[in-house]
Design a protein around this ligand. Structure first.
Ligand code: MCN
Length: 809
């Protein structure tokens, strides 16, 4: 393909519509629909003794009141375990409406459908549910104790347990000259898309067809799930994703209880029904992530090379496990990062607690894993009084060792094999960008002025573009308009631009003529979803393959019309022409007409095309043997395994000596996502990711009390960074193309978030001179650590003045 748009920083074509308020989100639809509201559990753990809905039944405008008993057939069974894994010992998923017991505050118990949301909410207040409260298990430590149980049949609250090992980690640590042990705490947090979840369902009894609009990341999978749960033919279920105001992982599960209840109600009541999540519901009844307690033992030599690493962590997966163990699997495999670990053992225990369920949130376990490995690298440097960058460099996998088999099973069940990357080159670029070599002098100068500044670093490798497949459909209309469809939905990632760039280049058409549809099951039969930074790899490759097919077909038909060998043709700006003979040409639009020679010409282009008389050889049928009418093609891409992006971040922070306020002075990123389709989009993704990472590192913390009540379930109490707290991000790209897909791309969507906590911990530690072991960290916690440090109750760092320059590997 000759590239004209691919790799260019083309401004996002979707933005004029979105930023001028012309986006259509779920709540903009279904203005005449009935609305649903849910009575949710006020208790973290309780037995339901009785549900009295009698006071709701005579409320004018209330149309239906459903409890678990009103669900039918499969609707009444537990929701599915979406990603099974051999490490799962006890998979407990929720009912769409609670049956007998509730396991966390916010669990839906009753659905009320009324003519509007206000009435439905008022009616919810009239429902009387009698509960017998039970003791709640809150937090990883309590769950690990195993004294109280979330689910009586799950001993020790252990949902899953896995050990993976390469070499002999414990033996290597035993024999190592230096050994360190770290206890770390990564606190629970949650993604906060501006738009919460939402669903609108409409049933056509004549066609027996259910149409569902959902603010989902997985329209194709949601379609499959609804057709199974409602026992409807898949062909009769359509799922359409309107504009989505952010997903960040939380809209991955399919179906959410509300999606199933609303769809079932629309079918049964033969009315359109809608539900949009409010902010409090999002806090107490969607999904959280991150919470882990971690322990690492590392043995290393005098030069800082890791000889053995033994990691154990305990993961809080909340009350239910619909998404399996993807998050701890990511933590356990991705903490290896860019490092060569000949002896590595990791053991995780995934624990039930009486809190909101845990499912992937941007980074999906990797921020926790990177926190472990990068804290370990800093601790080694501290112990040996070595430069922190040097310790990392000495442990790097080298570019000539690619592809590099880490020796672990990745979350997709396939081997963890790094396909490309040049970690030393990334580090060199980062250190130059942030001014690593000069920083000691800068820091000393600041100290002399009474200021505390610190420089932190963090490296990561990220498995992206997980399979199993994604599809693309490309069609050229007789007007020359090119329609592109891919099944995965868009939540703000700029797919309408990036996929148009790929197709425009492959077909040789103007980008203005390419129109992309995402997340609409009417347009493409099979799809999986947008997660794991997979769209560029999966759908990008699929639309590329589909465009190739269409191009081949166009060249064959044009060759016939122009009486030229297709190999001698090229397409430039939508015109197929004989190379070197500009007078011999035919517009793609006309080729589209010829591909579908109707008896009558309906438009100007088609009439003009009749000069070519259909296929020129009248002895042949109008449609060439072995082809179909229409200039269109479908491609499905299925990768052999995941492709691995990587990157390195560095940050300079200042901590206020009096107030312990933490300010980020600089934030630098080196990013390698293989071949870049659109650098402006990738940089936007990195900016957004860093913003979310900064939030996770310094502000955002989901806070439960001992009874399992979420005490900061509002934006008044759950702190997110404003634009004023998000640093300017300085970015440089390194492109090591992936050999695994036709475009050489690797994912980019989560990259900014992954190392942020590790980097900021490293920087704060450097500013303060004592270890940081728990994230997020806020000024009060830093102040408390200072107090403990001054009282001799918190250790000092030894690496105040590293003796070795970073490049003496
Ligand atoms: N891209 C590119 N070149 C590459 C790789 C990616 O130009 N080599 C472009 C892609 O074409 C796409 C964007 O960068 O436009 C992100 O691509 P990719 O890394 O494939 O990630 P996905 O599109 O699959 O998006 C998912 C990812 C995840 S997992 C989360 S969580 C997340 C994220 O993206 N949620 C987001 N970014 C988000 N951005 C917004 N605005 N909203 C969310 O909810």
């Amino acid at each position: 393909m000759t590239t004209k748009f691919f790799g260019e920083p083309i401004t996002r074509r979707e933005d004029p519509r979105l930023v001028s308020g012309h986006g259509k989100y779920l709540d903009d639809l279904g203005q005449d629909a009935l609305e649903a509201a849910f009575v949710r559990s006020p208790h973290a753990h309780a037995r339901i003794l009785d549900i009295d809905v009698s006071a709701t039944l005579d409320v004018p405008g209330v149309v239906a009141v459903w409890t678990h008993d009103d669900l039918q057939d499969f609707e009444a069974e537990r929701l599915p375990l979406l990603v099974p894994h051999p490490s799962v010992r006890h998979a407990v998923t929720a009912y769409a409406l609670a049956k007998d017991e509730v396991k966390h505050v916010g669990e839906p118990v009753v659905m009320i459908i009324a003519t509007d949301r206000y009435l439905a909410e008022d009616a919810c207040q009239r429902v009387r549910v009698s509960y017998e409260t039970l003791p709640a298990v809150v937090g990883v430590a309590a769950a690990r104790d195993g004294e109280l149980l979330v689910h009586p049949h799950v001993p020790g609250n252990i949902g899953a347990h896995l050990i993976q090992e390469v070499g002999d980690a414990r033996g290597a640590i035993e024999a190592a000259p230096h050994v360190l042990e770290l206890d770390l705490d990564f606190v629970r947090s949650a993604s906060m898309p501006l738009e919460g979840k939402g669903v609108l369902a409409s049933y056509d009894p004549h066609e027996q067809r259910l149409r569902v609009w959902s603010s989902t990341q997985t329209s194709g999978s949601l379609r499959a799930a609804l057709s199974a749960k409602l026992q409807m033919p898949r062909e009769k279920v359509e799922v359409i994703t309107p504009d989505v105001g952010g997903g960040f992982g939380v809209k991955l599960i399919h179906p959410w209880p509300e999606e199933l209840c609303v769809a079932a109600a629309a079918r049964r009541l033969l009315v359109d029904v809608k539900w949009t999540e409010d902010r409090r519901e999002h806090f107490v009844s969607s999904a959280h992530e991150r919470g882990q307690l971690q322990r690492a033992r590392v043995g290393f030599d005098d030069e800082g090379r890791v000889l053995g690493l033994d990691v154990e962590f305990w993961h809080d997966h909340g009350a239910y496990m619909p998404y399996g163990v993807i998050v701890p699997l990511n933590t356990s495999t991705q903490l290896v990062g860019p490092y060569k670990l000949p002896n590595y053992r990791v053991e995780f225990t995934s624990l039930y607690t009486n809190t909101v369920l845990v499912s992937p949130y941007r980074g999906a376990g990797r921020p926790q894993g990177v926190f472990i490995s990068e804290r370990v690298m800093d601790a080694i440097a501290d112990e040996l009084n070595l430069d922190r960058a040097l310790v990392r460099r000495r442990n790097f996998i080298q570019p000539e060792e690619m592809p590099y088999d880490v020796g672990l099973m990745f979350q997709d069940g396939r081997p963890t094999i790094y396909d490309s990357g040049d970690f030393p080159a990334s580090l060199d670029t980062l250190l130059a960008l942030v001014g690593w070599d000069d920083f000691l002098a800068v820091q000393a100068q600041a100290r002399a002025e009474g200021r505390r500044i610190g420089l932190g670093i963090g490296c990561y490798v990220e498995g992206t573009g997980a399979g199993p497949y994604e599809g693309g459909h490309v069609q050229i209309e007789t007007s020359g308009r090119v329609n592109v469809a891919t099944g995965l939905p868009t939540a703000g990632q700029g797919h309408a631009t990036a996929f148009a760039q790929i197709v425009a280049d492959e077909l040789g058409v103007r980008i203005e003529d390419v129109f992309v549809t995402t997340g609409d099951t009417r347009r493409i039969e099979y799809s999986v979803g947008t997660f794991a930074s997979r769209a560029a790899v999966m759908s990008g490759s699929a639309v590329h393959l589909a465009a190739q097919e269409v191009k081949q077909k166009a060249l064959t038909i044009a060759g016939d019309a122009l009486e030229a060998d297709p190999a001698d043709l090229e397409i430039v700006d939508g015109i197929v022409r004989v190379k070197g003979d500009p007078n011999s040409q035919i517009p793609l639009a006309m080729v589209a007409v010829l591909s579908n020679p109707l008896r009558y010409a309906f438009d100007e282009t088609a009439r003009a095309a009749t000069q070519f008389g259909g296929r020129s050889d009248l002895s042949k049928p109008p449609i060439a043997d072995g082809t179909h009418p229409g200039l269109e093609g479908t491609g499905y891409y299925s990768p052999p395994r995941s492709t691995f992006s990587n990157g390195m971040h560095a940050a300079i922070v200042e901590t206020d000596p009096e107030t312990a306020e933490i300010t980020i002075l600089r934030y630098c990123v080196i990013h390698d996502c293989g071949t870049v389709i659109n650098p402006m989009i990738v940089e936007g993704q990195v900016h957004g990711g860093v913003a979310q990472g900064v939030g996770g590192a310094l502000y955002e913390k989901i806070e439960y009390d001992a009874d399992g009540q979420l005490v900061n379930a509002s934006f008044m109490d759950f702190l997110m960074p404003f634009a004023s707290e998000v640093p300017h991000v300085e970015i440089d790209h390194l492109q090591t193309p992936s050999p695994l897909n036709p475009l050489g791309v690797k994912g980019a969507g989560e990259a900014g978030t992954i190392p942020a906590s590790a980097v900021l911990a490293s920087a704060i530690e450097d500013a303060e001179g004592f270890p940081i072991t728990a994230m997020p960290i806020n000024p009060s916690q830093l102040w408390e650590l200072r107090r403990r440090h001054a009282a001799g109750d918190w250790p000092s760092l030894r690496r105040a003045q590293p003796q070795t320059p970073h490049d003496q590997a």
